[in-house]
Write a new protein. Structure first.
Length: 191
């Protein structure tokens, strides 16, 4: 794991995270492409930091650039510069010019062959064919069972709504509240 840090970058961390979230988990080459064509102001410093991390990996750890990917990239809050802006009635409001600290961690891709792959290579081709035949037979029996189940199922009748939710009950309740549907007679606005 190779790390590189950029401290006191004079861009708000919230804005820097827009660019860093884009490249997290990508290979180094893909991340470089993304950052070169990104129109955010924070893309240039992040690209410089990425190149610095790649140089650290190649020179210090003797790693190959093609095998590297961005395992982690964090943007932390740095110190804020406090400035003042004049406002109405003789007041002044504080402005925070925020800074950010970026830490990038590169790691090498691991291309290990799992135990299952090794076992499959040692098995003869005949056993594979037998397994395939067994799988096909199982799939056919499962399909037949599904067809039989769908045929045997009857359409279920949805349950009736309770009386309180039907339109008839609403009309009866409304007619009790207003005298013979007075709402139809007295309208607030003329037509």
């Amino acid at each position: 794991m190779i790390t590189a840090k950029l401290r006191h970058l004079r861009i708000s961390p919230r804005k820097v995270r827009l660019a860093t979230n884009l490249i997290k988990g990508l290979t180094v080459k893909e991340a470089e492409k993304q950052l070169k064509f990104l129109t955010k102001k924070s893309a240039q410093p992040i690209l410089k930091l990425l190149n610095s991390a790649i140089a650290n990996a190649e020179n210090n750890a003797k790693l190959i650039k093609e095998n590297l990917y961005i395992s982690n990239i964090t943007v932390d809050v740095g110190p804020s510069l406090k400035r003042w802006r004049p406002r109405a009635m003789g007041r002044a409001f504080q402005i925070l010019k925020r800074t950010s600290h970026i830490t990038i961690t590169l790691d090498q891709k691991e291309t290990l062959v799992s135990k299952k792959d090794k076992k499959e290579k040692t098995e003869p081709a005949i056993k594979k064919q037998e397994k395939d035949k067994n799988l096909v037979i199982k799939e056919q029996t499962i399909e037949k069972a599904k067809k039989e189940k769908t045929i045997s199922k009857k359409r279920s009748i949805p349950p009736k709504k309770p009386y309180g939710t039907t339109t008839q009950s609403k009309k009866r309740f409304f007619s009790r509240q207003t005298l013979s549907n007075a709402k139809k007679l007295f309208r607030r606005k003329s037509i």
